[in-house]
Ligand binder design. Sequence first.
Ligand code: SF4
Length: 192
Amino acid sequence: MNSFCPIAWPEDPTPESVKNCEECGLYKQGTRMIWGEGNPNAPIMILLDNPGARENREGQPFVCGTRDTLQRAIHEVGLHQDDVYATYILKRRPIRAYDKEKTRQICMQTHLDGQLQKQNPSYVLCLGNVAVQHFFQNPDVDVKSLRGRFHHVNGFQTTVAYHPLAVRRRPNLYQLFVEDLQLIASHITRLK
Ligand code: SF4
């Protein structure tokens, strides 16, 4: 791997019309909405379970471990920051217990479905079992059984990989993570 320094991807501002969303009640936990990060016109939409913190306790921008690992692998397979956009099943970061299933379904229907239609990415990459099971709408599937190929889901060419946080915790997953990103990179015209 050559030298690489992760940076905070630009935040895609939450649309004015929804930024005070109270649909599922998660707003009561006090975290702000994050609509997405990166290039909204990118060919690849990365789907994570929920946003990580973009600022540290002092309010300074920082790159969390999830983003660090994701950006390293993206760089390693030759993708550029402009090739990707990251968004989430939940647009707010939960910090306490909540009704996971109900909240995820509400947030997807309220925001993600329309966001996908509007941005219309060429590829969707689901990271981790939460994103996979909710995007595929099937609680019985997982990354292990689906990785390594494309699936046609909700009208999108979709592939999956482990969650970057799982990859950080289990470094033996890193090579598989890179392979999964390579699969999607091999379809990006600029890299062919
Ligand atoms: S998690 Fe989603 S649906 Fe719930 S309040 Fe936040 S943006 Fe709205």
